[in-house]
Design a binder for this molecule. Structure first.
Ligand code: ARG
Ligand code: ZN
Length: 853
């Protein structure tokens, strides 16, 4: 039952209005839906989506029940024969019963900690009632809720609120996936925002009583986001209220329901005692992301789910811009590239590779991926680079003008760029349709005698085959290049080269002396760049490049080259260790940047880099090499690191602002290295004295790595045992920081605890995701990591298929390992595939992964 992009066909009916009434009860909620429909052209059979758990109580058309012979029901839909429908506008009313208390999949209407809430993207609404559950069917919604819960929320503006009853009206036509309902014992942190054109908006962050003191940062993040979208994109909010709700059970991060954003509580609740700097940054970014969807996603939505990147890629790009403006732009860019490589390059390299706009899926929830989101955002960045900032601004204005209120496609998106800038984007479109990471090679020719010193850069591009796509024509690749002269000065500021052919050369004249090339500045395209460059020149770039990304990248390359050499039994080479020391000591550089440079590439990242070069990664050798290099760096720079550790202490009360967080990040990077040579003594002291969760968790991590974490773990548990979000950290850090040979045993022990509430997605992810993040632990040669994970995926699949399918990506790299590991991973995958009642979600994932065998 695969879905294909090519099969798109508009819905044969137009929906003018949706009216819903909910009589809430935990195990027997009744939903009455009245849909004002009219045939688009000739009357056809009316097909409504509706899941198995939706029990039909009654159905009528314009107040009369149709002949039962004209109504057909199967597990996924309800069909009313054309013969029973008028050739004119009509009202279809259904009454159904659903059981939110039995909903462990957290899709549709469910209960989390006593709060009724919904998650409808992508196809959850069909578990609430019968409906054309597709994004191109849009209507205004009027919703009434009857319940004894004190707070009753839905989309839009409140019409009437009284005891046990609420009525909401959302005038903006929307697809069902943006519907939301929340009912619970909630309290609000409230504020106000006045839009540029004078609309006064009531803002509320709804949390459980007692959590108010952890919701203030979320509110401030919302206000900043609203202002930023007005200032930078000219986008204003369009309702009288904006509500946000935090719930504990949530499959993903958050959801942009119109006027009623719902969040995983870990992306709302924060206090210095419970949240880390990274948590704060993430909260600010995700709140912005969901808010920005109001225009890129809600006012303009997607025609079908193949176009998911239309809203997600663009909204990720926008939240990245926002964070860059709120914090340090260079640091944000480096972080984003780092995640892109860790998650998306990894995905692109294996059996789950797919285009940014897929053409086929079985279960759309399996396509909320790093490729659709993060690579989707990179494509927007490339477009902006190609058409320039002004071209981008006018294309976006045109997009909002032309498509407001519509369900659009990638073709529509590219057309606004073509029309606004005159640029032909036919070749660019391949970035959306072709999967895989292009490999770009660069060689240099230097001719001192020609034209006052001529440098020629020769590029070739090649994209390896991905599942279903063997042959990839060349793409347009923006390559930002600068040149650094022998004395360290920039002799050529950034120039954007546009590569359109499989091989292409570019020249620079009048250079005098041979420069060092700074290539792919700002990571101007999501490609793997191969160039022959020695460690001496890498160290030169690390010292002198004016582009912060390229500078960091030079350090990264140096580290990688040292690691590769160590992993193959060679030596570390002095260049990396020297260069990293100079950078760490550079008082003029941003502490956050220095911290990023001190962070060695992770084991997964090293494995991905090796595999991209055609080598077979050995998880144990990689682990050993990385430990070895970290110790060498620590030994070589012990004094400097100790000084940094002390100097970067942030005095005074904790503040999550970017400058304070930057100092802490450098302090923690120093601690992580010193921890290899001080037996964990500094970490011990820090754990006992830290006044914030950032340093406390960093210290705990170090202590576990030194095998002396027990007392600290106990202390954390004693103090925060009743705080779910802190306990999630407590679970994950133990598995992540465990020595690889112990990781599965630690995970097994933790999984047996009574407080391992596995049905809670955060808790499950903490443990299983923690193991997957322990590269050499998950990939234990005896297959124990694979078996442990497979057992839990099978168990989870019965309760929550989305989470099981998502966590199954732990296996996505299996084909790149040695034969012993491959055999064990494959048999674990086959065991999952053979499960009798496997969900469509998990089945699609494992069969795609098995197909690579
Ligand atoms: N649109 C949401 C976001 O980007 C993600 C929701 C996805 N949910 C799902 N079950 N696939 O923030
Ligand atoms: Zn999104």
């Amino acid at each position: 039952n695969a879905q294909y992009l090519a099969d798109y066909r508009p819905y044969p009916f137009i929906l003018d209005q949706t009216v819903l009434d909910f009589a809430l009860s935990p195990d027997a909620t009744e939903v009455t839906a009245t849909l004002s429909l009219r045939p688009r052209e000739a009357v056809e059979d009316l097909v409504l989506d509706g899941g198995r758990g939706v029990e039909l109580l009654s159905l009528d058309i314009d107040g009369r029940a149709p002949d039962p012979a004209h109504v057909r029901r199967d597990g996924e839909s309800l069909t009313i024969a054309a013969a029973a429908l008028p050739d004119a506008p009509f009202a279809l009313t259904t009454r159904v019963r659903i059981d939110p208390s039995a909903n462990t999949a957290f899709e549709g209407l469910y209960i989390s900690g006593g709060i009724f809430c919904t998650q409808c993207e992508a196809e959850g609404f069909r578990h609430i009632t019968f409906y054309p559950d597709r994004p191109d069917v849009m209507a205004p919604f009027r919703v009434t809720i009857r319940s004894d819960k004190p707070v009753l929320l839905s989309n839009g503006n409140p019409v009437a609120i009284r005891d046990g009853f609420a009525e909401w009206n959302d005038p903006w036509p929307k697809p069902a996936y943006l519907f939301a309902l929340v009912a619970g014992d909630l309290v609000a942190v409230s504020d106000r925002f006045t839009t540029r054109s004078g609309r006064r908006v009531d803002l509320n962050v709804w949390v459980r009583p007692g959590d108010q003191d952890r919701a203030g940062f979320a509110m401030q993040s919302l206000i900043k986001s609203m202002r930023w979208d007005e200032d930078v994109y000219g986008r204003e909010y369009d309702l009288d209220v904006f509500n946000m709700v935090a719930v504990d059970d949530f499959n993903m991060g958050a959801m942009e329901n119109k006027g009623l954003n719902i969040f995983n509580s870990k992306l709302v609740l924060a206090s210095p005692e419970t949240a880390t700097d990274a948590d704060y940054e993430r909260i600010e970014a995700v709140i912005a992301h969901e808010y920005f969807h109001n225009w890129t996603g809600n006012r303009i939505t997607c025609r079908d789910w193949f176009q998911l990147c239309l809203k997600e890629g663009l909204t990720v790009f926008r939240d990245q811009q926002f964070t860059a403006d709120m914090r340090s732009a260079p640091v944000k860019r480096i972080e984003d590239v780092h995640t892109l490589r860790a998650r998306q390059f990894r995905e692109d390299q294996g059996p789950l590779a797919h285009p940014v706009r897929p053409e086929r899926y079985e279960e759309i929830n399996n396509f909320y991926t790093a490729t659709v989101y993060e690579k989707g955002a990179e494509l927007i960045g490339m477009l902006k680079r190609l058409v320039g900032d002004d071209g981008y601004a006018s294309a976006l204005d045109l997009y909002f003008d032309r498509h407001d209120g519509e369900a659009a496609t990638i073709e529509d998106w590219l057309a606004v760029f073509q029309d606004a800038t005159g640029r032909d984007l036919t070749q660019f479109k391949r970035w959306y349709t072709d999967a895989g990471t292009p490999h770009l090679t660069m060689t240099e020719d230097w001719d001192a005698g020609d034209r006052g010193g001529r440098l020629t850069l020769n590029f070739t591009q090649h994209t390896p085959p991905t599942p279903g796509q063997d042959d990839k024509p060349p793409r347009v690749i923006p390559i930002a290049v600068g040149l650094i002269g022998p004395n360290g000065d920039e002799v050529q500021p950034t120039r954007m080269l546009e590569m359109t052919e499989a091989r292409q050369s570019f020249t620079f004249d009048g250079l005098g002396a041979r420069p060092v090339v700074s290539a792919l500045r700002g990571f101007s395209a999501p490609v793997i760049l191969d160039r022959p460059i020695d460690d001496r020149n890498r160290a030169f770039l690390l010292a002198h490049d004016t582009d912060p990304f390229a500078r960091w990248e030079a350090g990264r390359d140096l580290a990688m080259s040292a690691l590769m050499s160590l992993a193959q039994g060679g030596d570390a080479g002095a260049d990396f260790i020297d260069a990293i020391g100079r950078l760490a000591a550079d008082r003029d550089a941003d502490p956050a940047f220095r911290a990023l440079c001190l962070m060695l590439p992770g084991e997964e990242e090293i494995a991905t880099a090796l595999a991209a070069r055609g080598a077979t990664p050995d998880p144990d050798a990689i682990h050993a090499a990385r430990e070895d290099l970290a110790r060498r760096v620590a030994e070589a720079h012990a004094d400097l690191l100790a000084r940094l550790y002390d100097a970067m202490e942030v005095p005074g009360p904790y503040s999550p602002d970017a400058d304070a967080a930057a100092r802490r990040s450098l302090r923690i990077a120093a601690l992580g290295l010193l921890n290899r040579i001080d037996r964990g003594d500094r970490a011990e002291v820090l754990f006992g004295t830290a006044g914030n969760m950032t340093e406390r968790m960093a210290a705990l991590n170090c202590l576990i790595r030194r095998g002396r974490g027990q007392a600290a773990l106990q202390a954390l548990h004693d103090r925060f045992g009743d705080n779910r979000l802190v306990m999630d950290k407590w679970f994950s850090v133990q598995v992540m920081a465990a020595p690889p040979q112990d990781a599965v045993a630690v995970a097994t022990q933790l999984a047996a605890r009574r407080d391992f509430d596995w049905k809670n997605p955060n808790r499950f992810r903490a443990l299983l995701g923690g193991l997957a993040a322990n590269h050499a632990g998950f990939h234990a040669a005896d297959g124990s990591g694979y078996d442990f994970t497979a057992d839990w995926l099978m168990k989870m699949d019965g309760a929550n298929p989305q989470i099981a399918a998502r966590m199954s990506t732990a296996f996505e790299t299996w084909p790149r390992y040695d034969k012993g590991r491959r055999d064990r991973a494959l048999s674990a995958l086959q065991r999952i595939a053979a499960m009798p009642d496997i969900s469509r979600n998990l089945r699609e994932m494992v069969s795609r992964m098995i197909a690579a065998g």
